[in-house]
Design a protein around this ligand. Structure first.
Ligand code: SF4
Length: 214
């Protein structure tokens, strides 16, 4: 089965999934979307109101801001795969419960295996905790590290950054480093890919030597 077929199969299973109580209150499940050959996989927390209505991840204001962040890295939404740690909306946007995270993790693990992305970007504390337990986002945001053979970059959640001007500046700068970090990941994995073309003048002024690689 190709990666695309596997992802479609998982999406179909997610739409009918009843493995945690969130299925009783969802309108539409949100399996995630993007090309099967995406080099970058973004993982958020869970669907909100708009996502629950449309069955798509990161729509609405946070989604628009995410598109802006991707543009900062010379990327379009269609270039990346976007999903969440839980595929059904927690009622009232409450935090997902441990048993819900655990039940839904098998879908995410299979998606990661099918995509085999060069970089995973975590958006928010629940996806960060999956890869970097105990980390503080204020200390690790924008820094790439290798976790179980995969490159992971924790980022602030776009919805949080949207409402805090100082975080907005930070997350824009973090996404601006992505082309350099993607080049590092490609070299380390021995898989040179197509260049992400970002005019130098659009990149943040940060010294690339400051990029941290763990
Ligand atoms: Fe299934 Fe995940 Fe939805 Fe729970 S949140 S019902 S595990 S798809």
């Amino acid at each position: 089965m190709s990666a695309e077929e596997t992802l479609q199969q998982i999406a179909s299973e997610v739409s009918a999934c009843t493995q945690c109580s969130l299925h009783t209150t969802r309108n539409k499940s949100v399996p995630g979307e993007g090309p099967a050959n995406a080099e970058i996989m973004l993982i958020g927390e869970g669907p909100g109101h708009n996502e629950n209505e449309q069955g798509r991840p990161f729509v609405g204001a946070a989604g628009n801001f995410l598109n802006e962040l991707l543009a900062q890295a010379g990327l379009k939404r269609e270039d990346v795969w976007i999903g969440n740690v839980v595929k059904c909306r927690p009622p009232g946007n409450r935090d997902p419960l441990p048993e819900e995270l655990s039940a839904c993790d098998k879908h995410l693990e299979r998606q990661m295996a099918a995509l085999n992305p060069k970089i995973i970007i975590t958006l928010g504390r629940f996806s960060m905790a999956k890869f970097v337990p105990g980390a503080k986002i204020s200390q690790v945001h924008g820094q790439m590290r290798k976790v179980n053979g995969r490159f992971v970059i924790p980022m602030f959640h776009p919805a949080a950054a949207l409402h805090q001007p100082q975080l907005k500046t930070t997350i824009l700068a973090d996404f601006g480093k992505l082309p350099d970090l993607l080049d590092v990941a490609r070299r380390e994995l021995g898989q040179p890919g197509p260049a992400v073309v970002v005019p130098k003048e659009e990149l943040p002024k940060d010294d690339p030597k400051q990029l941290k690689l763990f």
